[in-house]
Design a protein around this ligand. Sequence first.
Ligand code: NAP
Length: 272
Amino acid sequence: MNVFGLIGEKLSHSLSPIIHHYVYEILELEASYSLYQVQPHLLDAAVQGIRALDLRGVNVTIPYKVKIMGFLDYISPEAQKIGAVNTILNDASILKGYNTDYIGFGRLLDKHLIKPWGKRAVILGSGGAAKSVSAYLEDSGVSELYIVSRKPEEVNHFDKHEVISYEQLSLIEQGYLLINCTPIGMYPCENAIPIPQDEISKFENVVDLIYNPSCTLLMSTAINHGIPAYNGLYMLISQAIAAIEIWYRISIPKEIVDEVYKKLIQYMIKIG
Ligand code: NAP
């Protein structure tokens, strides 16, 4: 039996156990996945615990994706570039850090046939998800990328891209891909939208990393303007499956990702 889990501070609403259990069931893997809520001053001890308890791997979430890097033995190139780790492999007590949000975002774009090569894109927000998304878009050959922040003058970790204010967004021309990497649209801001509604019609595609609710106000406004809009559920599942691929050193077919995606949609409808 391989033991896996998620390290974070507040995990009661996490969908990760259910996603992982679906995959273990489909692939007939003998594995368990638990939630480990860790207080900030015990993060070091929790990492030691991965070795001591021989956990095969863990995922890492808010607020530890950056801090945990200091406790690991190896960091993959994409995690290094992003500056955050969300997956750890315990390889005979050598702890190796990866970033599967990067992979998950790529698979979300593939799923919806969005090809970033040569495209122009705008990312809302400058946090952890924005870093993974910008690294992926950059590696995929976007021609132009803007990061939108409430305080652009304080954001200095996107050295290759211009960080602009929400006011400057009105100067952006038609045809960009818009990605929401802010929490605006999810609880407790479900009725809020990160940019003015009349700005949305100029975007070519909208991707909202939020998956609960499944259709944010940003997405429904885009759809009402005839603009394709997608939520972050496929990314959430894909980042989990990419972690399992790292832990087991296997490749999981896209059909399985799609099967888990359908099961999770049904589950979310059931729980409301
Ligand atoms: P984060 O590190 O806290 O960053 C969020 C960023 O959004 C902040 O850096 C901030 O940028 C902006 N922001 C925060 N509060 C805001 C507000 N009230 N109004 C406007 N902007 C605000 O969080 P994260 O990890 O990047 O996650 C961001 C979102 O993506 C969350 O909704 C999360 O659930 C989602 N996400 C989804 C997946 C997935 O698999 N689908 C994966 C990761 C994250 P500025 O200060 O520069 O404005």
